[in-house]
Design a protein around this ligand. Structure first.
Ligand SMILES: Nc1ncnc2c1ncn2[C@@H]1O[C@H](COP(=O)(O)OP(=O)(O)OP(=O)(O)O)[C@@H](O)[C@H]1O
Ligand SMILES: [Mg+2]
Length: 229
């Protein structure tokens, strides 16, 4: 006779955090933010908005293992990212984090499908044909990157990141080059991905209507990250 599990109890709903930012501060020429603390759970999407130059990309770089903060900790899998050995940090970045940059970093001169193949070789996952159809790029695979439109390159880089099956997606203006309808398709693809894969999304955007679609909305302002939603 097993114990009856009450799935409605608050404890059953509590999932461990996927990522914890603790007291993060950073500055370059001037102070960007101070003592920022927040966390991200599986299946959760959060957006970060704020004025140009407020430090959104810098914060995203810190969260995603690319930049050591002046102070504070990023905890992932019970480990402080910036206390890890270089190789361990690199493995997490390579295997668990999906970073979508504003500039796409595709391999130019190679075909679209070669760029996807690289992700399959690194991760051992197959390219998801449905994903390519959803993103409306299944018909450009034989073209070289240089022949693709800016928006097609952007969607190709998103498909490449998702092929890795990351646990957390960090996306810096992933819809910057896209018309409204295509931007919505990209957002829906990202939302669906995190729900299906128990992953999370951290989105930096200046488009308020896209930011609003995330579970939580934060604004970086006056050195603080304020929760708007
Ligand atoms: N590597 C760096 N070295 C020196 N200063 C930097 C560096 N990276 C960013 N900065 C400065 O930090 C500030 C915040 O930059 P950041 O790119 O984080 O802003 P942002 O909020 O992403 O802006 P945008 O909306 O324009 O993309 C800017 O003043 C920028 O010049
Ligand atoms: Mg930026």
């Amino acid at each position: 006779m097993g114990e009856k599990v009450d799935n409605n109890s608050p404890i059953a709903e509590q999932k461990p955090n996927l990522l914890d930012a603790k007291n993060i501060s950073h500055e370059f020429d001037y102070k960007l933010f101070e003592n920022i603390t927040f966390s991200i759970k599986p299946k959760e999407s959060i957006s970060i908005i704020g004025m140009s130059g407020s430090g959104k990309s810098t914060l995203l770089n810190i969260l995603s293992s690319l930049l050591t903060p002046k102070s504070g900790e990023i905890i992932y899998n019970n480990k402080n990212l910036y206390g890890l050995k270089k190789k361990e940090l690199l493995n997490i970045r390579r295997e668990d984090f999906g970073i979508i940059f504003q500039a796409h970093y595709l391999f130019r001169g190679f075909s679209a499908s070669d760029n996807l193949k690289i992700a399959t070789l690194l991760s051992g996952n197959d390219v998801d044909q449905e994903l390519l159809k959803k993103l409306n790029i299944e018909f450009v695979l034989n073209q070289s990157v240089g022949e693709l439109s800016g928006g097609q390159q952007q969607r190709l880089s998103i498909a490449r990141v998702l092929t890795k099956k990351p646990k957390i997606i960090f996306a810096d203006e992933p819809t910057g080059n896209l018309d409204k309808d295509t931007a919505q398709i990209v957002m829906d693809t990202l939302f669906e991905y995190i729900k299906d894969n128990d992953a999370a999304l951290v989105l930096v955007t200046h488009e308020n209507d896209l930011a609003e679609q995330c579970d939580k909305v934060y604004k970086l302002e006056n050195l603080q990250l304020k929760e708007l939603k």
